[in-house]
Design a protein around this ligand. Structure first.
Ligand code: C5P
Length: 232
């Protein structure tokens, strides 16, 4: 382990806790790189759904999923406080966020060979001066020696409520109860899978965001960053 390999801040937790927004804010503050690891699972899911329309994940040979994960031609641009995600040059930032792709991603993410296929790609994001990594297993598996591990939580009802508001603001109508149910299913798969289940690392700082605004969470995370991280 080099000292540089410690220059990673891990932000783990279930969906809907604001990891993406906080990750971007911290990375911009420090001038560090970003890893949105969930997007790699989502892009794998998108490619799967395009290659095998109408098929269930469980009906496809694992080697074909690994093949998809190994051959993603993906690039990221940080623009105007947003992360733009390109797949073979196509902007897929919006498409990969839909609920269906999220559900497929969490099924694909239970397959150990797919996780292995994405591991080196995730670690390659660590470049000087440092990396802020967002996901489920950043602190437990991908960057176990990171200098700071934060685990964000919030009740499923609160997370569904936040998602409901986001979709409503975009003019997309869904029922709150269906969002709660989908979140519970995704949490269940993410927390109970055998490989790299979602859980706080033993040395993680756990922050319950249920009653906090995104600004309050960002401030709390930044106060930990300033205590732990040596900024050149
Ligand atoms: O974070 P996001 O909601 O984009 O992740 C989509 C799915 O990808 C998650 O529900 C999870 O199943 C999977 N994932 C994972 N490990 C990560 C990041 C995401 O298993 N580090």
């Amino acid at each position: 382990m080099t000292e540089n390999s410690r220059q990673v801040i891990c932000l783990d937790g279930p969906s809907g806790v604001g990891k993406g927004t906080i990750c971007l804010a911290v990375a911009e503050h420090l001038g560090w790189h970003i890893l949105d690891s969930g997007s790699l699972y989502r892009i794998t899911a998108l490619q799967f759904s395009r290659k095998f329309p109408e098929r269930e994940v469980s009906t496809v040979d694992e080697s074909q999923l690994v093949d998809i994960a190994c051959n993603l031609s993906v690039s990221y641009l940080q623009e105007n406080h947003h992360l733009v995600i390109l797949l073979d040059g196509e902007n897929v930032t919006g498409i990969i966020r839909n609920e269906k792709i999220g559900a497929i991603a969490s099924q694909i993410a239970t397959i150990p060979l797919v996780r292995d296929a994405l591991l080196a790609r995730q670690r390659a994001f660590l470049q000087a001066p440092g990396l802020v990594a967002d996901g489920r297993d950043m602190g437990t598996v991908v960057f176990p020696h990171s200098v700071l591990k934060i685990y964000l939580t919030a009740s499923p009802e609160e997370r569904a409520q936040r998602r409901y508001k986001q979709l409503k603001d975009k003019g997309i109508g869904v029922s709150l109860s269906s969002l709660v149910e989908a979140l519970r299913q995704r949490d269940d798969r993410d927390m109970n899978r055998k490989t790299a289940p979602l859980k706080p690392a033993s040395d993680a700082i756990v922050i319950d965001t249920t009653r906090l605004t995104i600004e309050q969470v960002t401030d709390e995370v930044m106060s930990w960053v300033l205590q732990r991280v040596s900024i050149a």
